[in-house]
Ligand binder design. Structure first.
Ligand code: COA
Length: 630
């Protein structure tokens, strides 16, 4: 167990800001191989049918009119007629659950990720923005990248030996499978559905990473012939060679092809790999353990805008003039180190959620503090990957550049460093920090739009074998009562506090239910997919407007808590919505908000200001009420 409670200035990394290593994490190193642990995890249950629909109707109450609700109640009643369609689909789902390790995972992976035809950049892949580093030149960039690569290889040792510390949530051990999916893997575009290949499970595990600089890809073998990982100094020397042989910046940004709509990329991909050299180069990227993008400096920004700009750079690279071609967006893990001190990562979401990624980041950051110098042995030049750019490939690149520029212009990103307080304040008032932040998001939204909205918060299902996520519905009758009271000057503070407490309690209860496999969203999805498999027509319940309203998440949110003072970010789920990801530290909260510029109703910075105000007002409310009682 290592509860890390310290605030350290990490001079070796050259960080401007101190890293706050404050989040106590309980981890136990199991002596047995973790496959034993995996085998003992419970299976994801199928929730009872009637329970899901009672909760579905309850969840709809703050979102619909009484008339709309009545209509949906009738449809639910029909669906639940004993021996009817609902019962039949439920039985099929239960059968599926008894035949599979996890009834949901494959379906989820396909429907949420691999079937989606939207570009992975912005629309699916989350980014992580790390604090700005002090280096401003190529030596600093390379030194930092070398330490980072060594840190990831150090983490990989735990994956290879299956000695990763088992994580816990609510006292229960979690499925560790996602950690085994994030290295040496890559998404591959298909005409209708993509796939993910994991080369770590093949006969010969890859020993190289790919490094991309000035849009040129290199294979960097990161293990010596005796199997030992290269040292930081060795990696540094190799990166120098890569840098020196990729000085020309007039190369075609081949990687930008991966940012396209998936059907377009699927076609361009087949076209690209017709050529044998191209095929081999693509395969080397796909097989590599991970990718490191050595980015060109981005335009100077005010300090206030800097972190928002970094978050955008992680999500899309800044457009074709900047670093969007310095990526292979299909690659599961890409670390990004800019010459101007910018750093972070972007990851392809299909194989894993944020928590394993931030755990890896935390490990790497800790590792980088302890790096020691080692003697040097000469190594051969890392080979450059060659691409033959036919006129057709060139045309595909031009079209990808245009689309990327539209996409990057359209994404509105605002990172808020809320420094007034962090988890400490809600905890002192005996409130769940996560629920408290969610209520602040509800309040900010209500103040801006005079209504509440369907809200998604990711809940981990990793208590179950191969578990991914379900949805916490943060918008509830209780949250609506609270935000309405906050906007009502006639309501006494004591009542507002009472309603805040109730809203947080309701949120906690939903969270508890979700992480124990009893939430409604994945069950509804399962019933719908089962209906597609075995019925001739879709049950009306899924054709109902209420279902569309429930699924249109104007607020798509997630907590991605890390020990490192970073922030994860992702794009909105719907064209007129917000993506909100937050890292609640002990005494401050990092929040990344995204929206689309093409939507007139949304504005990331305005929403960010609203969230700050909501957090401040909620604290004042609690403190004024507590003082009044004394
Ligand atoms: N009073 C005082 N403390 C409280 C409290 C209360 N009423 N309620 C909770 N706390 C404490 C908790 O015990 C916890 O303490 P710990 O850190 O020492 O364990 C801490 O406050 C944080 O709890 P809370 O804020 O309620 O959130 P959580 O840590 O339980 O996380 C979720 C909630 C939903 C984020 C988590 O369950 C989850 O599912 N995480 C995964 C999210 C995910 O997959 N994201 C994907 C990103 S792509």
């Amino acid at each position: 167990i290592y509860p890390i409670v310290a605030t350290t200035r990490v001079s070796i990394l050259g960080l401007v800001k101190p890293y706050h290593l404050v989040k106590p994490v309980s981890v136990t190193i199991l002596p047995e191989r973790s496959s034993h642990h995996q085998d003992n995890l419970p299976k994801l249950p199928v929730p009872p049918l009637r329970q899901t629909f009672e909760r579905y109707l309850l969840m709809l109450e703050p979102l619909l009119s009484e008339e709309e609700l009545d209509h949906t109640r009738k449809l639910v009643k029909e669906f639940l007629i004993p021996g009817g369609v609902g019962d039949r689909l439920q039985r099929s789902l239960e059968r599926r659950a008894s035949n599979k390790g996890n009834w949901l995972t494959e379906w989820w992976m396909q429907s949420a990720y691999l079937d989606s035809r939207m570009p992975v950049a912005v629309y699916s892949s989350p980014g992580v923005a790390l604090p700005r580093m002090t280096f401003q030149d190529r030596q600093g960039q390379m030194r930092f990248a070398a330490k980072l690569i060594a840190g990831v290889l150090d983490f990989k040792k735990m994956i290879d030996s299956e000695t990763l510390p088992i994580e816990y949530l609510g006292g229960k051990p979690l499925c560790m499978d996602q950690y085994y999916q994030i290295l040496s893997s890559c998404r591959i575009p298909g005409p209708k559905r993509d796939t993910v290949v994991n080369h770590a499970v093949g006969k010969v595990a890859p020993t190289h990473i790919t490094v991309v600089h000035n849009f040129q890809f290199f294979v960097l073998d990161v293990y010596n012939s005796d199997g030992s990982p290269l040292t930081v100094d060795q990696i540094y020397m190799q990166l120098e060679k890569v840098w020196n042989s990729s000085l020309q910046s007039n190369k075609e940004p081949i990687g930008i092809l991966t940012s396209q709509h998936r059907n377009t990329w699927g076609k361009a991909y087949n076209n690209l790999i017709k050529d044998k050299t191209n095929k081999e180069s693509v395969r080397a990227i796909q097989k590599s353990i991970f990718t490191v993008c050595l980015d060109a400096p981005m335009p100077q920004m005010s300090e206030q805008r800097y972190q928002s700009r970094v978050a955008a750079q992680m999500l899309h690279g800044g457009g074709s003039r900047w670093n969007s071609g310095n990526r292979w967006f299909d690659k599961t893990l890409q670390f990004i180190v800019g010459e101007d001190g910018t750093c972070g990562l972007v990851y392809e979401h299909a194989p894993a959620e944020g928590p394993p990624i931030v755990f890896l980041v935390d490990h790497v950051v800790e590792y980088m503090m302890e790096v020691v110098r080692t003697p040097m042995t000469p190594l051969p030049m890392p080979p450059k990957l060659r691409f033959n750019i036919t006129p057709e490939v060139k045309k595909d690149i031009e079209s990808a550049k245009q689309n990327m520029n539209i996409m990057s212009h359209d994404l509105d990103v605002n990172v808020v460093f809320f420094s007034d307080y962090g988890r400490n304040v809600p905890r002192a008032h005996k409130l769940s920090p996560d629920a408290f932040i969610q209520m602040a998001l509800q309040l900010a939204y209500f103040r801006m739009y005079k209504m509440c909205c369907s809200t998604y918060e990711s809940a981990s299902l990793r208590m179950f074998a191969l578990g991914r996520t379900d949805t916490i519905r943060s918008c509830s009758n209780e949250s609506l009562n609270f935000v309405q009271a906050m906007e009502d000057p006639a309501k006494p503070n004591a009542e507002k506090v009472f309603l805040l407490d109730k809203a947080c309690q309701a949120h906690r209860e939903y969270t508890h239910m979700a992480i124990h496999g009893q939430a409604i969203d994945r069950h509804l999805l399962g019933l719908k997919l089962q209906a597609i498999e075995e019925l001739t027509s879709m049950p009306e319940i899924f054709m109902d407007t209420a279902y569309a309203v429930a699924e249109h998440f104007h607020l798509s949110t997630s907590q991605a808590g890390a020990k490192t003072d970073c922030v994860m970010c992702f794009g909105p789920m719907v064209p007129d919505g917000y993506g909100v990801c937050y890292n609640p530290m002990t005494d401050h909260i990092n929040i990344a908000i995204t929206a689309f510029n093409s939507c007139e109703e949304t504005h990331a910075a305005n929403f960010g200001r609203g969230v700050k105000k909501a957090l401040r007002d909620m604290r004042s409310l609690l403190e004024e009420t507590a003082n009044a009682k004394q």
